[in-house]
Design a protein around this ligand. Structure first.
Ligand code: SF4
Length: 249
């Protein structure tokens, strides 16, 4: 369906999802199922009901979404901000986001996407890339077995797509690595990812500290967690991760 999208949130006034003041649009549905997912309500591709019987996810037309995000135009202009597509995985609703991004670019609004990297590269390059200014690209696990085990999917296409984008995209592609204790923050994983990035001349990378807030959201959905860490990353763990990552550079 191209004229409607399934979202689970629209966050106005965000300062965390790119430059300036932004509106972040959260698309529902993800091809991965990471055991630590920060937005578990964004994984399922359908509307769901939470334990209170409240609908999780809503359909919105392109016209309505454009109307809503254009309302903060003065803030984008004065702060160098814009719109960020997040999720879930926005590229699962590729036809819709093609039209959405195209309309935003026609308005001169800055556009960014947060992606897990599991998409059809040819379609992404043709329909999405020309309408983007910035890409945040999540890299989680270098080892394919570990990737299948903890995210539910092979990382082969994700790594390939990243390498192609780094070579072909004429906009910034910023890799982000979530630091998940015992899963992604191991010395082996961080040094292999650092090596992978270094080989491709990538210097800018964000390491994102673990946040356990997702656990409450998952409970609210009536689902059980497949990962038990319930505290934030400690300063020591964070320092250790940074050391593992930069030691390999
Ligand atoms: S890729 Fe992101 S949104 Fe999808 S399951 Fe993993 S953490 Fe959640």
């Amino acid at each position: 369906m191209t004229t409607q999208a399934l979202l689970f949130d629209i966050k106005r006034g965000s300062s965390e999802d790119g430059p300036g003041i932004r509106t972040t649009v959260f698309f529902k549905g993800c091809p991965l199922a990471c055991v630590w997912c920060q937005n578990p309500e964004g994984i399922d591709r359908k509307q769901e009901l939470d334990l209170n019987g409240k609908a999780v996810g809503f359909w919105i037309t392109l016209k309505e979404l454009l109307y809503r995000v254009r309302q903060d135009r003065p803030f984008y202009d004065s702060s160098g901000g814009g719109i960020t597509l997040s999720g879930g995985e926005p590229t699962l609703q590729l036809a819709f986001i093609h039209h959405f991004l195209k309309a935003l670019k026609a308005d001169g609004i800055h556009t960014a996407i947060e992606t897990c990297g599991l998409f059809n590269y040819a379609r992404f390059k043709e329909e999405i890339l020309p309408h983007l200014d910035l890409i945040y690209y999540d890299l989680k696990l270098f080892d394919d077995f570990q990737s299948r085990r903890h995210t539910g999917s092979s990382n082969k296409i994700i790594l390939e797509n990243f390498s192609r984008l780094i070579t072909e995209a004429e906009i910034p592609v910023i890799p982000r690595i979530p630091l998940i204790p015992g899963i992604t923050d191991t010395e082996q994983n961080l040094s292999r990812l650092a090596h992978f990035l270094r080989k491709q001349g990538v210097e800018d990378c964000s390491l994102m500290p673990y946040n356990p807030m997702w656990r409450d959201k998952l409970k609210q959905l009536g689902k059980t967690a497949g990962y038990n860490r319930d505290s934030f990353l400690s300063p020591d763990e964070e320092r250790r991760s940074i050391k593992h990552f930069y030691k390999a550079q």
